[in-house]
Each structure stands twice: as C-alpha cells, then as structure tokens.
Design a protein around this ligand. Structure first.
Ligand code: NOJ
Length: 571
C-alpha cells in the first residue's frame, strides 16, 4: 500500500472549516429567476436554499453578481461595491446570506482583480484624461506606432491589445493601446499602482464585514506581468491546446506559464490580502483560480500566509483512465502536502464542458471548447454513468470538493444549442471558431412541465434550455432513490459522517489496472474505470454506490460494474 498523508507540516489553520468543505458553485444568472426577466437573481437563490440544505453542502460560492455590462457574464465588473440591478440589491444580498446562515451554509463570493469592465469609473476616467495622465496609470496603456506593443493574445481570441484612438476620437491617442488578457471590454489593472491595491483591500473588507466567509480569486495568477511586458514565446498560440511550428504543424506546448502569468510578484498580493482578512476573521477562505503548471508552482499560492486552497484543474482535465487519475491525485496531494495545504477536487464549473458530457466521449478525446450541433455528440448515458462514478470517487478523497450547480441533477452540457443564441465572448472574438462556454451555463430546471422548467414563471430564459430539460429537475428526482440527486445527497452526508474529507488515503495495490482503490480511514473507495464488470477481493458493507441496481457486496468480494464507484465500510 502506498500511503498519502494530506498534511505534513503544522499550520495554524488545521481546524479551518474549508479544509474539507463541499462548496457548491452558483452561477447567479442561471440558478433561479424570481422576477421573470429570464436572468437568475439573488432572491431566486434565497428561494431555493432548502435544496442546498438538503444537498448538504457546507458553502455556496457565487460567481459575480456586481454591476456589470455583462460582456463576460459579470466577470467584467463596473462597480465592486454593489449588486447588479438585474440580480437584486445589497438588501437582497443580506437576506440571502441570512437565509444561508440559518441552514448552516457559508457564503463565498468572487473577486475579479485582474481586470475591470471598460465601464468602471476608473477606466472611463482613464480614457477621458488622456495619455500620460495619472488616471491612465491604473491600467496598462502603452504607446507603439508599429502595432500592438507585444505579441500577447487574448484568451478569448485576437490580440490582447486594443487601440485607444477609436474609443476617444482624440488625435493625441494615436498609437496608444491598452492591455486586456480577456475581452477588449475587460482592461487589465496595473497592480503596481497603490490605489489599485487599496481598492481591493477595501473590497475584501466591504464584503467580509457583510458576512462573507470567503473569496474565489479570478485569474489569481495574472495580476502581475513580467517587467517590460516582453513578447510571449508562444504568442497567441498559448491559448490553443497546442502551438504551431513554422511549417504550420502542431507541436506540444511548453510548460512555462508565459510572461503574463505566475510571476513571483503575485504572492506578495496574497500575503497582503491574508493580513487584511486575518484582521477581520482568521478563517476566511481564499481560493485561487490559477491555471498554472507544474503542481509545485500551484502549491506556492496556498502557503499558510497566502491563500487557503487552489482549484485542482489537473484533476478536472484528467481523462477517464485510472492511471491518469491516480497520477494527478498523487502529484497534487504531494505538492499541497509540502506546504501543509489540503488539495481540492473539481470536475465541472462555468468555464468547461460539464463532466456528464465530457465523459461521454472516448477517454483522451474529451472536448474542451464547447460543442455545437454539427460536432460529434456524446454518449449521454455513458457520460452520466461515468460522471456519477467520478464524483463519488472524488467525494471519497480528503480535501475540499467543489461542485457546479446542476451537477447534482446529472445535468449534461447543451450540445445542440443554436449558434444564434450563443453569448460567450470567446465565440464572438474567435470569429465563431470556438463555441465557448454557453453550453454549461443554461438556466437550471426546477420543475416538470412548467415555464422555463421552473427557472421562473414567465418562460423567459437568457440561454435556451434543451428538450427534455425538465426531466432533470429536482422535482423529477426527489422521490427516486436511484436518482443522481439522491446519490449526491447520500454521498455528501456519508462523507461527513465518516470524516472522509479529513482523512488520509492509502492506495490498495494488486488490483486490475482499470481500478482506482483507496482506503480512507474506515472506508474503502473503489472505482472501476473500465468497460467490463469486475469482481474484486474487497470486503465491506456498501455505504454508497454510483450505479442503480443491486449492491454487489458479499463476504469477501465486491462486484463493481463498468464505470462505477462504490464506498465500502471496511469490515
Ligand atoms: C475566469 C472565469 O472563470 C471566466 O469565466 C472569466 O471569463 C475569466 N476568468 C475572465 O474573468
């Protein structure tokens, strides 16, 4: 047996609530719509707090609900200290937090510090004030007559630089550009500027004193850029899954994170934030959204005086293969243990193809940029079966678990959305080459045979819901003990009861190659990633299983069907 201890160094946050928390991501625009305008809102969240309580999650994390032109669904913030009118008011926020508290659920909000909206007062002032002004110094403006100041590409396609003159119409703005790693409407802040630093300290204080228990940090690896903004060795190819050599052939990308990401200077910002938050409450969560290689670099973000956790995107990206999953689990747990941090597990979020759909493709060919009606379609039943197995395996591991709204219903991606309905800037900025993320953001179904499947009462929906969507509604699953919802509830409750999130794992060796099997305290967690049923020499009483049908336990063997997970209470 190979033993993996989650924590090897002593830290003062050993008892912190987030170490083993199950955190449920709410995408406010698509969760529930109380006023019928087709957009979800904060009162909609409050009205479904019973669903979240019954699910048993420890916390909810809300994607941005701040005032925003919604060019990037709220990740373009125009005012960091208010609620967007279409989502409600600060009073609605307070009511929602109180409702969550009342059922023992904590609240985490998104902080978007890499960029603002171009409609933020500071960017408007910057454009108005002209070249060389102190107002422009809060963002990244550069003068270059020969074209964009460097070769960086926007993650949403095209150059990361936009010309200023067409926006202001002023001749002195000729050959001036501003930087935006995402859409042109999302200008990057200059984090060398003390006012930028102070504004985000104020942001943290404002929301933490309003009762927030944590912050999910958007683009946490991007705030500080390499001095002098040098060219990127990969240019705009960085954002494809591959690079292209001079003959146009695909070549694997190098592992460096580029001059725009993972610069050493970001860590001082998070140390500063930790000091700010510690002065309010010691256990406030900071979780990094940082797509950084290798795992040892990720681990730097979760040193004791920085953030609490980072999303484990290597796990999310792993193919449905036992060896790949095991390797990611080992390397991520080891890298985190070296700094005394728990790892996290995440399979879906608002930026990726939902895992019930991803796993409906052959292992290794999972799509990652959205799916259209003409693309190869997934095997939906297989995808859901594997998704349930993958979730149940992840919930059996120590550390934090992040889940995305709707995955507890087994929701798939909308893979046949009409292209005319798409709203993701990635779709528009890539000349409609990358379909983007709309397919995972479709408004949730709540009721059967109801307008917009119970998302609201008017039937409006900002993205179209596919045929049969109401079959996934909680109302359709509530009384079915074999439903995906029932499995999630049972698994979360059992995980808490057996303290699996706080455990340590040992791999069980000597089993077939398609099997992942760990012992976590008194529980054995076994997944069969293969396509054949297996009879395994493991004993125990079944606590939770991912498939519908007979429990396969006997005195000395357990039968695990293809693409399935079971938890056994070791005897
Ligand atoms: C990551 C967010 O998750 C994504 O939705 C957003 O588009 C980018 N950061 C830019 O803020």
């Amino acid at each position: 047996m190979t033993s993996l201890a989650p924590v090897v160094t002593a830290r003062n946050d050993q008892e912190a609530w987030w170490r083993d928390a199950v955190i449920y991501q709410i995408y406010p625009r698509s969760f529930a719509d109380s006023d019928g305008d087709g957009l979800g809102d904060l009162p909609g969240i409050t009205s479904h707090m019973d669903h979240l309580a019954a699910l048993g999650v420890d916390a909810i994390w809300l994607s941005p609900f701040y005032p925003s032109p919604q060019v990037d669904a709220g990740y373009d913030v125009a005012d960091y200290f208010d609620v967007a009118p279409e989502y409600g008011t600060l009073a609605d926020f307070d009511v929602m937090v109180a409702a969550a508290r009342a059922v023992g659920i904590r609240v985490v909000v998104d902080v978007v510090p890499n960029h603002s909206s171009d409609q933020h007062a500071w960017f408007r002032a910057a454009l108005a004030a002209g070249p060389g002004s102190p107002e422009r110094d809060r963002y990244i403006f550069r003068h270059n007559p020969d074209g964009p100041p460097n070769n960086w590409g926007s993650l949403f396609g095209g150059s990361a630089w936009t010309r200023v003159e067409p926006l202001t119409g002023r001749p002195e703005d000729r050959d001036w550009w501003y930087l935006h790693l995402f859409a042109a409407e999302q200008p990057d802040f200059n984090w060398d500027h003390p006012e930028v630093r102070e504004m985000f300290r104020d942001f943290l204080r404002f929301w933490a004193t309003r009762g927030v228990d944590g912050f999910r940090v958007d683009v946490a690896h991007g705030l500080v850029k390499a001095p002098g903004l040098p060219d990127d060795a990969l240019g705009a190819d960085r954002w494809r899954g591959f690079a292209v050599d001079e003959d146009g052939a695909s070549v694997p990308k190098t592992a460096d994170n580029g001059p725009m990401f993972d610069q050493p200077g970001v860590h001082e910002i998070y140390r500063d934030w930790r000091r700010v938050l510690s002065a309010i409450r010691p256990d406030i969560l900071l979780v990094a959204e940082a797509w950084v290689d290798p795992p040892e670099h990720m681990a730097r973000y979760v040193r004791e005086d920085e953030m609490s956790q980072a999303f484990n995107f290597d796990y999310l990206k792993s193919a449905w293969r036992a060896a790949d999953l095991r390797q990611v689990i080992d390397t991520s747990m080891e890298a985190n243990a070296a700094v005394g941090a728990p790892t996290t597990w995440v399979l879906s979020n608002h930026d990726v193809v939902r895992h019930a759909t991803r796993f409906g493709y052959p292992p290794g060919s999972e799509p990652d940029g959205g799916i259209g009606a003409e693309d190869p379609q997934p095997d939906a039943a297989l995808g859901l079966r594997r998704a349930r197995a993958a979730t149940l395996f992840a919930l059996g591991l120590p550390g934090g678990m992040y889940m995305f709204q709707g995955e507890e219903l087994g929701l798939p991606e909308h893979t046949t959305m009409d292209d005319s309905a798409r709203q993701d800037p990635a779709w528009l900025r890539t000349d409609k080459q990358t379909r983007g993320r709309d397919g995972c953001r479709v408004p949730l179904p709540w009721a059967v045979d109801a307008p917009a499947c119970g998302f609201n009462t008017t039937g409006l929906s900002w993205l179209p819901q596919p045929e049969g969507w109401d079959g996934y509604a909680p109302a359709a699953q509530e009384t079915d003990p074999d439903s995906t919802l029932a499995m999630y509830r049972r698994a979360i409750a059992t995980r808490r009861e057996w303290r699996l999130g706080r455990g340590e794992i040992q791999w069980l060796e000597g089993l077939p190659g398609q099997v992942l099997a760990v012992r976590n305290g008194e529980v054995i967690v076994v997944t069969n990633t293969g396509d054949e049923e297996l009879q395994l020499p493991l004993a125990g009483t079944v606590l939770v299983q991912s498939w519908n049908g007979e429990m396969g336990d006997r005195a000395d063997t357990v039968v695990v069907p293809a693409n399935a997970t079971v938890w056994l209470a070791a005897s």
